[in-house]
Ligand binder design. Sequence first.
Ligand code: GTP
Ligand code: MG
Length: 408
Amino acid sequence: MESVNVVFVGHVDHGKSTTIGRLLYDGESVTDDRVEEIQKYAEELKRRFEFAYFLDALEEERKEQMTIESTRVFFKGKNRLYTIIDSPGHKEFLKNMLTGASQADAAIVIVSAQEGIEEQTRRHVFLLKLLGIEHLVVAVNKMDAVRYQKEPFERIHNAMKEFLDSLGFDLDKISFVPISAIEGENVYRRSTKMPWAKKTLIEALDAIPIKSRELDKPLRFVVQDVYEVDGEKIVVGRVESGVLRKGAKGVFEPSGRPAIVQQIRVYEGERSEAKPGECVGVISSVIPRRGEVFGLAESPPKKVTEIKGEVVLLLDRLRKNETIVVKCGTAAVPARVQNILEKIDTETGAIVEKQPSVVDINEAALMVLSLREPMVVERYPDIPELGRFVIMKNGKNIGAGVALEVSS
Ligand code: GTP
Ligand code: MG
């Protein structure tokens, strides 16, 4: 069955975890013992049974599991599955930028009907725009707390529309639904308390047209590590775009070394090809280093030393000329903030200053980074998986960006 990646965003306490829990519960994606276990836990704490526990329980489970594939959490639509991506707490967001896990097809923006649009609502939506996520479902939650009245919903609906429009979103790709995650109203089940609601949350999600993963993009195989098994060197990495085929002739960048894919291996045995998102082992005619990227000879990975991109700072500030480390794919190289062209307000998307000398936490900017060594970075619009990068300062990931122009 087709699986669609969705990310949940929204201001603290507006109900992301509860909505996810509700989707898992009503979608019967959580097993019965799980429900009992969680209910027991809830009783112990003498608190009201809250769906948010599902997620916390799943979190625990996730920590215990090692492999990437099994960390996925699904819920069911009518005829497709949805994979939940962590909501962008700053650390998760930065981690996801690097692992590629954040390639969401759609986002659910949770806004509390009581509180309305708040600071984090706006910042998260700004990040969605930065990442090029176009399909949004704005779920106005806690409708029970406003006695299921249409008026508060309409107010948030209009304010949100105006905000999204100002950021440049295409409003045709965005829908609005009133829900009560805690009562399960209008999530899977049509609500009799809100007969005025046009559709349920799951109906809104199911209506999003999702283009199938593009296999016709240039091949990019990112090297994670090289292992030696019984005297044989195996290059382990992930296909980020395109299709990796046995026998492919290409090149590893930035070293520029030509290579031939002699074998593709997975745990179960040999394969003739691997698709985007798949981690495989490759027997190659040359042995690359971690951080290198393999592409076909006719469309080789871009080896660059300069990036012009939009950067958002989440955990520290940045000055012009400051030394940083830029991470992209599995590579990391020292770099310098060569120029800051304009500062962008992350709550409104407006350009607030030209040529600033410093960018603060929670601010974004268009800047030019010059890399001390060549690294593979693609233009975000061409190959988003390798067009995203993370900025590290003093050993800490502090922000992330997308590459709009690259040059060597
Ligand atoms: P963070 O992860 O801390 O950002 O919060 P969150 O967005 O995941 O919110 P969470 O689901 O933890 O819910 C926050 C609080 O709002 C909890 O006390 C929930 O019980 C409550 N809540 C969630 N959904 C609803 C709802 O539909 N109606 C009402 N009345 N309360 C809700
Ligand atoms: Mg939560």
